[in-house]
Write a protein that binds this ligand. Structure first.
Ligand code: SAM
Length: 212
C-alpha cells in the first residue's frame, strides 16, 4: 500500500539533500503509515511531523532521514535511541541491520509500540524509562540518537557512548533546537558539529527538562 506515495516522499528527501542510499532504501521498505493512527494514515507520506497521541509526534521524515544519515552507520552498530515514540525511527534502524535499544518515558506509548513491533516482527529492545540516564546495562553504544529536545547533552549518555562512536541530539530551548552531531574521539575529547533550526517535543527527565 501507498507505494507511489513512498516513492514521492523519497524524491522529496533526495531534493532536501539526503544522499545515503541505505537510508533511502530503508525509507522505501519501512511503511510509515503503519506507525501512525488510523485517521491520519492518508497523510503518512507527507514530509511533516504527525500527532501520535499523548501530545507526542512521529518526527518529520526529513528529520528522521537527516539524523539517520548523520549517524554514519557501519554494519551492525549497537544503537541507543531515546524517545521510541511511534517506533518509526527504530524500525528504520532495524531495517538497516542495526542492533537497537530504544527507551520511552510514556508507558502507554511504550506498550503500544511494543505491541506494534511484536505484530510486525520487528526485533528491537524497547525499554520503558527515563532515557536521559541511558541504559547502562547494554552500554557502550556505537551510536546514540535522541529524538526529543533537551536543554543540554546528558552526561550519562556521553559516558555510555563508545570511544569512536557518534551521538546525534537536538539541544536548545523548548521552541527551537540545534542538532548536535558529536563524535567521541577519546574519553575526554569530543568533536562537535551543529546544525540550527530543528523543533522537537521536550526531552523530559533527570538530565532533561524537569516538567511537561
Ligand atoms: N523516534 C520517534 C518516532 O520515530 O516516532 C519520535 C518520537 S517523539 C518526537 C519523542 C518521544 O520522546 C516522545 O514519545 C516522548 O514521550 C519521548 N521522551 C521524552 N523525554 C523522554 C525521556 N527522558 N526518555 C525517553 N523518552 C522520552
Amino acid at each position: 500500500m501507498y507505494e507511489t506515495e513512498r516513492q514521492e516522499l523519497i524524491k522529496v528527501l533526495i531534493g532536501k539533500g539526503i544522499t545515503d542510499e541505505n537510508v533511502l532504501k530503508a525509507f522505501f521498505r519501512v511503511e510509515r503509515h503503519l506507525f501512525v493512527p488510523e485517521i491520519i494514515k492518508p497523510h503518512a507520506y507527507s514530509d511533516v511531523a504527525l500527532p501520535i497521541g499523548h501530545e507526542q509526534t512521529i518526527s518529520q521524515p526529513y528529520t528522521v532521514a537527516f539524523m539517520t544519515q548523520a549517524l554514519e552507520l557501519d554494519e551492525r552498530c549497537k544503537i541507543l535511541e531515546i524517545g521510541t515514540g511511534s517506533g518509526f525511527q527504530a524500525a528504520i534502524l532495524v531495517d538497516m541491520g542495526m542492533k537497537v535499544y530504544s527507551i520511552e518515558r510514556n508507558y502507554e506509548i511504550h506498550q503500544r509500540t511494543q505491541k506494534l513491533f511484536d505484530d510486525l516482527g520487528i526485533r528491537a529492545a524497547l525499554i520503558y524509562g527515563d532515557g536521559t540516564i541511558g541504559w547502562e546495562e547494554a552500554a557502550p553504544y556505537d551510536r546514540i540518537i535522541v529524538t526529543a529536545g533537551g536543554p543540554e547533552v546528558p552526561k550519562r549518555l556521553l559516558k555510555q557512548l563508545a570511544v569512536g562512536g557518534k551521538m546525534v541530539i537536538p539541544v536548545g530551548d523548548r521552541n527551537s533546537q540545534t542538532m548536535q552531531i558529536i563524535t567521541k574521539i577519546s574519553e575526554t575529547e569530543l568533536l562537535k558539529k551543529e546544525i540550527p533550526n530543528f523543533k522537537f517535543v521536550p526531552l523530559i527527565g533527570k538530565e532533561g527538562w524537569k516538567n511537561e
